[in-house]
Design a protein around this ligand. Sequence first.
Ligand SMILES: *[C@@H]1O[C@H](CO)[C@@H](O)[C@H](O)[C@H]1NC(C)=O
Ligand SMILES: *[C@@H]1O[C@H](CO)[C@@H](O)[C@H](O)[C@H]1NC(C)=O
Ligand SMILES: *[C@@H]1O[C@H](CO)[C@@H](O)[C@H](O)[C@H]1NC(C)=O
Ligand SMILES: *[C@@H]1O[C@H](CO)[C@@H](O)[C@H](O)[C@H]1NC(C)=O
Length: 566
Amino acid sequence: MDHLSPISVSGRCWLLLLLLIIVMFPMSESVQSDIDCLRSIKESLQDPLDKLSTWQFNDIRAQTFYYNYTCSFNGVECWNNDENRIISIQLSDMGLIGEFPQGIANCSSLQGLDLSNNHLYGSIPSHISDMMPFVISLDLSSNNFSGQIPVGIADFSYLNVLKLNNNFFSGQIPQQLVYLQRLTSFRVANNLLSGPVPAFPNSLTFPPEIYANNTGLCGYPLDPCESGGESERDAFVSGLLVGWAVFFALSLVVGWFIPLDKLTINFIKRRWVMMTPRLQSLLSSHRTDNTMISMLERFATRMSFSELSEATDNFSENNVIAIGETGTTYKGTLTNDRCLAIKRLFHSTNLEHQFQSEIETLGRFRHKTLVQLIGFCHEFTDRFIIYKFMPNGSLHHCLFSSNINMEWPLRMRIAVGIAKGIAWLHQNRIVHRGISSKCVLLDENFDPKISEFGKATISLNGEFSLPSCYEEDIYAFGMVLLELITGKKHEEFINSSEGGDMFELISKLQATGEYDDGMCCFLRIAGKCVECDPGNWPSMVQVYQMLIGTTRREDSDTKNEIQFAD
Ligand SMILES: *[C@@H]1O[C@H](CO)[C@@H](O)[C@H](O)[C@H]1NC(C)=O
Ligand SMILES: *[C@@H]1O[C@H](CO)[C@@H](O)[C@H](O)[C@H]1NC(C)=O
Ligand SMILES: *[C@@H]1O[C@H](CO)[C@@H](O)[C@H](O)[C@H]1NC(C)=O
Ligand SMILES: *[C@@H]1O[C@H](CO)[C@@H](O)[C@H](O)[C@H]1NC(C)=O
């Protein structure tokens, strides 16, 4: 047996240190909960075909060094390829056996769930919509699910697709499903359902096949039910038809006996010619709007005006959280107590482009340093953009008009976070063009999230050259950094620097002795960002790396995110 040599002792120390680092490594909470979610799904299901063999959770190294290791799991899709935040779980046709996996509640950003063609049994949890509040598509078809379809399914706010066919569901279909305003695809064929089908609005009549092979469904579009509410509706419809028929017959008679003179006919013709272009333009603008809306729907959920009005208490002044250049932002509360930030753009055709740009950029590029886009609303002349609510408001507010004590380590962490976000944007060829402490929002942990993408430019085919186009953001970041270091608004620097020579101003600041070594390092980095000669400016990735380097040197205990996933 080996006895302990000095080398092996120091080896052990290193090992211990490594273990400590691994244990203390900060992993964002939501991502950890997504990992718990997958782990619990795997534990709750039998997997005789071994389809979930790629779902491995015991590789601590992978968990620590790859933020995205779950993204390669069979059937798991992430929001973006550099973090474990899960957008959809597709486990169709995998021979899985078990009950509905309750652990799914921990996948907090889930938008799609497909468990079709397995051997799952038991009933659906009644609070299923609280478990997966953001789900757009839910497919449980071709399983052995039984029991009633829970009324709680009607509480999904964003559900577009609901497939429950080929199961053993019994009882009635909840009428409340008509409240699923976004539902475009619905299937319940081949179950044991009975009673009236939901009276969906006319714009949303599903074909009769979707109800086929049940034990006794009735009501439009199937055969009418024996008695009950349906006959009332039929009476109303037939009453309406009779009314129109009488009116039509009367007008024929009147037209026959009172011939129109030439003048009247010409008048009608002229009116018609005058009306036509307006009618056409109205129709065509309606068409372009529709194309635009369906394009935007690829990036975010469409919400209705009434939904937003209800959430904000009819846009009450008490719910205003910010008034900006482009619109007013309200705090909204949904019926299930979830909070939203709802920005109502001012009425202006100039903002139409900003509206689209913001939704496209934030919807397409999702990252933990950017504010999370939830939806939009486009009705008549009203435009709304809906985000996740950020309880601490903007950085500008925290720095200059609140009582929050922003200690230096917190400021450092915020600076690094913003730099990381802008660097990530630039790597994805996006220029923000409006960086300021007002567009940086702080979440419940004071992690910064960049917002306001109305002026952003995306270069998908690299038509603008690096780095000249990114200068605008780098300079603006330098200003935010100065605000963070000094606690003064950037307007004050611009006024006090002679002829806008920021570099000289920064040298003076350093000389005052008010700032310690770490702050001076940050000051020097800010200086590099706002230097007179843009040719010498570092790229945002370099800025981020310099900041990280400084924080590490300054405080070796600071738990910072060392990896910069590209
Ligand atoms: C994880 O991230 C790395 C680095 O960003 C990337 O190369 C890899 O393809 C990603 N893996 C998956 C499964 O997306
Ligand atoms: C979510 O994860 C936490 C932590 O692992 C666990 O305690 C909790 O039971 C999970 N929730 C569900 C619904 O499984
Ligand atoms: C599912 O239902 C089928 C048909 O009734 C039955 O043969 C099968 O055993 C059931 N599977 C489970 C896991 O309950
Ligand atoms: C209804 O059941 C019959 C016989 O099993 C089948 O042929 C038909 O495809 C089913 N209809 C639908 C819509 O699934």
